[in-house]
Ligand binder design. Structure first.
Ligand SMILES: [Zn+2]
Length: 122
């Protein structure tokens, strides 16, 4: 009856990849890697149809040329809450407390970035 959600997601992701200037070749590799939100670990295929559970692109190195190592997929909820905050700072936010989001839930790609990131105060 209705179209499969994955198809909807893929088309939304294609549009947003263009908007976010993520090359589709990079996007496809990220899509193959990130089956769940890299922050809250929510599986995208379990997305209920609520917009906040849809996957979207995020950059771990805003301003840099998008590569597979710094483009990630996260849910719209996490992206909206995180914005441009450094990950360590965002982890202390009310959103993360409310959703029980902790560093140990991060996907390896995001975890690596937190470990390498400079101290948020410096
Ligand atoms: Zn999330």
């Amino acid at each position: 009856m209705s179209k499969p959600l994955n198809d909807l997601m893929l088309r939304a992701l294609h549009r947003s990849a263009i908007r976010c200037k993520v090359p589709w070749a990079v996007a496809l590799e990220v899509l193959a890697r990130d089956a769940r939100c890299v922050y809250c670990a929510k599986l995208f295929c379990e997305a209920s149809g609520l917009r906040s559970t849809f996957p979207t692109w995020d950059s771990l190195n805003a301003g840099k040329k998008p590569t597979v190592d710094d483009v990630v997929l996260c849910c719209i909820g996490c992206k909206a809450s995180k914005g441009r905050k450094p990950l360590r700072l965002w982890l202390q936010s009310g959103y993360c407390r409310q959703h029980n989001i902790e560093l140990r839930m991060f996907a390896p790609v995001a975890l690596r970035h937190v470990k390498h990131a400079a101290d948020p105060t410096g």
